[in-house]
Design a protein around this ligand. Structure first.
Ligand SMILES: N[C@@H](CCC[C@H](N)C(=O)O)C(=O)O
Length: 278
């Protein structure tokens, strides 16, 4: 490698990220630089940025996370910070293993939602222990003047899940769905879901801080929890089909798991002059 800034590009079910290795926490990752990196015309293009930094070097990391753990400092494409990213953690784990920073198998990743145990499987897929998925309210979303009933779910970050009979392919998600700011004071990720059969869900998502994406890992956990809740159950399993692929979600009493693919597609260097000007 030369003198530029190292990056890795990866995706999980086509939710794509730029990984920036920064073990000592010295990168000045401003929201302007995140926006430039994620821009698909003037940057590398991505839904978000994952800075790989030791937890002890992150001043705003939640208390109680082992300072030696690798911390996923997640940023949305608009530069905003989010608590958690389910597809991002899978890509992050693959990056750590690929870079020799973690052994394949079981590892733990620090996130703003807390520690997340992960299993990096030999076939390239990754299982993430996502913590609890908590249904906390009923609310509504509006798309093109039509109101959809929804269930509010906390998966470390906020989600509004709308199960609907309208084919999700028909919805216009080019603009953010309307939502109730009293229920979601910090904005929200909104999912629309068709039930295909027992344990089989189809989802589209409009992500806070990004726009429509081809997948959202925390969203797949939220839609499974909401579907179970609306069918009178607290625990269960679903295959969730998203535009970018398919993942498996198991919602348990205290913890949910998300299993799906994670692929690294490129590694290279950012031009230092571009970075300085960004
Ligand atoms: N794509 C992610 C979620 C990323 C964060 C989200 N946009 C938010 O602001 O909460 C996932 O895979 O979970």
């Amino acid at each position: 490698m030369g003198t530029g800034l190292e990056f890795v590009k990866g995706h999980g079910t086509q939710n794509d990220f730029v990984v920036l290795p920064d073990p000592d926490g010295v990168l000045d990752l401003t929201d302007t630089r995140v926006r430039a990196l994620c821009d698909r015309s003037r940057g590398l293009g991505a839904d978000g940025v994952l800075r790989a930094v030791r937890t002890g070097k992150v001043p705003d990391a939640p208390a109680g996370i082992d300072p030696d753990l690798w911390f996923m400092d997640y940023r949305n494409a608009d530069g905003s910070i989010a608590e958690m990213c389910g597809n991002g953690v899978r890509v992050f784990a693959r990056y750590l293993v690929d870079a020799g920073l973690a052994e394949p198998g079981e590892l733990v990743v620090g996130t703003r939602a807390g520690e997340r145990p992960v299993v990096a499987h030999a076939d390239g897929s990754v299982t993430v222990h996502m913590g609890p998925a908590t249904v906390f309210a009923r609310s509504t979303a509006t798309v093109g003047g039509t109101e959809f009933d929804g269930v509010a779910v906390d998966v470390g970050n906020p989600h509004l899940v709308c199960l609907t009979e309208t084919a999700v392919e028909r919805l216009d998600l080019s603009v953010p769905p309307g939502h109730d700011p009293v229920v979601f004071p910090h904005d929200v990720n909104v999912e629309f879901v068709n039930v295909l059969g027992e344990g089989s869900l189809r989802m589209r998502v409009h992500e806070r801080g990004v726009g429509e994406t081809r997948s959202c890992g925390t969203g797949t956990v939220a839609v499974t929890a909401a579907w179970l809740h609306l069918t009178g159950r607290d625990t269960g399993r679903a295959e969730v089909h998203v535009p970018g692929g398919q993942v498996t979600v198991v919602v348990g009493d205290r913890v949910s798991t998300l299993t799906g693919p994670a692929e690294l597609v490129a590694r290279g260097e950012l031009d230092l002059a571009w970075w300085a000007a960004a």
